[in-house]
Design a protein around this ligand. Structure first.
Ligand SMILES: Cc1ncc(COP(=O)(O)O)c(C=O)c1O
Length: 443
């Protein structure tokens, strides 16, 4: 039996992917654009793309288009780079800074570990003393903890996000997000079949009145916000914005997920939104950005009513995160070292942002004084995806706005991490190269 036209198109595109024309992570042409080129209809192209999604060759994201599979998150955020590459793509602390002190803390703690409980299973996601230390960490940056036992241990903030989405929403549900958001949230929604609802935002993050309107129409079951030093735009909510959002959440039938992983970078301690809606809110923090992502220590404060369901879910999916890491984390928190190291990272971020101001002075930049990233609006002669591709050819790894957008519209911007390049000299060299590239006309 001869093949349908859409199957032939899918075959043709697969050959182009194999030939390297479309590398992993690259974006495929929009339906209408390709239909015009192939003299067919957009519906036929959509069927071809659907077939390729089913085959696992490509991944499609509502409003953002289709990408060659096996590289989506990897192409936005590169954890490793080649020797001749400068990595402006990953948001992590400047790891060289506290390396020696961290090594020392690990060595001391591991050599004296003598608690039998650490070597066995524990109930409720982990030991109570570790959960209490997590509550202390969250309180330091603005959470009114209440009962510290309501803090659950997770494998980093990512595991906390995936757990609450899996447990408190159903496939097909809408989840309201800031219109530009952390791609790790978009990836969870995609894998679990949740629909994303892009809520307009300004320099203080999600707009409460826009959330209210979308709630009235689409009835999302959850809203997720990153209120401090938002990834990717740096947007940070002041107290009034937090109170206004809490008011909308209070009135609607919706769960709040408050991801405060960057709260330690704020200029001043600001109350968590969860303080105003404790019964409807999941508050997330972790040590990944302040101390080390390799520790995978995440903290999730849950409403009293949901505590049992969440600990059961953690038990069912991972039993518990490693107690050894949380033993060390708790020692860091209880001794005050964790806060000191977090403050040092904040100072580095502030200094790096000043360097960005010097070298990219001619461009429009969005960030806070000590954000880990900088949202750079590109001049009109550059388009975000092609700017990233040109930067990549020069060994500069940066992230295009298209990966962060959950609406159909993508800003003509890129995100630069200011922390991933440990050496300041190399960081400056990277900024100089970016500045030269920005001044060139698009290739
Ligand atoms: C907003 C946000 N939430 C969560 C995470 C993941 O954090 P963790 O390493 O603790 O899983 C990141 C990492 O970039 C992030 O930017």
């Amino acid at each position: 039996m001869s093949k349908h036209k859409y199957e032939l198109i899918a075959d043709q595109l697969c050959s182009l992917i194999d030939s390297g024309k479309y590398p992993p992570g690259s974006k495929l042409p929009a339906h209408r654009e390709l239909a015009k080129e192939l003299k067919t209809t957009a519906v036929t192209v959509a069927k071809a793309y659907q077939l390729m999604v089913e085959q696992g060759t490509i991944e499609s994201f509502v409003g953002r288009g289709s990408y060659v599979a096996s590289g989506y998150l990897k192409s936005v955020i590169r954890a490793q780079q080649d020797a001749d590459e400068l990595n402006f793509s990953i948001l992590q602390p400047c790891l060289q800074q506290n390396m020696l002190a961290l090594q020392q803390q690990f060595a001391e703690k591991f050599s004296t570990i003598n608690k039998p409980q650490l070597f066995g299973y524990s109930e409720n996601s982990g030991l109570l003393e570790h959960r209490r230390a997590g509550a202390k960490w969250c309180a330091q940056y603005g959470l009114e903890v209440g009962n510290p036992e309501q803090t659950i241990l997770t494998n980093g903030a990512q595991n906390a996000l995936a757990s609450v989405i899996a447990l408190y929403t159903k496939p097909g549900d809408f989840i309201a997000l800031e219109a530009q958001t952390y791609p790790g949230i978009l990836a969870i929604c995609k894998y679990l079949g949740r629909k994303v609802l892009a809520i307009p935002m300004d320099e203080q993050g999600m707009l409460p009145e826009a959330l209210q309107q979308h709630c009235n129409i689409c009835k999302p079951s959850m809203v997720i916000v990153v209120p401090s030093q938002q990834n990717p735009t740096g947007a940070t909510m002041g107290l009034l914005r937090r109170e206004a959002l809490a008011k909308v959440i209070e009135e609607q039938d919706i769960w709040l997920v408050e991801d405060e992983i960057y709260a330690f970078l704020n200029t001043e301690k600001t109350p968590a939104i969860s303080n105003f809606v404790a019964d409807k809110s999941f508050y997330i923090s972790s040590l990944s950005k302040a101390i080390s992502p390799g520790m995978r220590c995440g903290y999730l404060r849950v409403p009293q009513s949901e505590y049992s369901s969440l600990v059961d879910y953690i038990r069912a999916t991972l039993w518990l995160p490693s107690p050894f890491m949380f033993e060390i984390a708790s020692a860091m928190i209880d001794s005050g070292n964790a806060y000191r190291w977090a403050r040092q990272q904040k100072l580095i971020a502030a200094h790096r942002q000043q360097l960005v101001s010097c070298y990219l002075a001619d461009y429009q930049l969005q960030r806070q004084p000590s954000s880990y990233s900088c949202w750079l609006q590109l001049p009109d002669h550059w388009q975000a995806d092609s700017f990233c591709a040109s930067a990549k050819k020069r060994g500069l790894l940066i992230s295009s706005a298209s990966y962060f957008s959950c609406s159909g519209q993508t800003a003509n911007a890129v995100r630069l991490s200011v922390m991933a390049i440990a050496d300041e000299g190399l960081f400056i060299r990277g900024l100089q190269q970016l500045s030269e590239l920005l001044a060139l006309q698009s290739l």
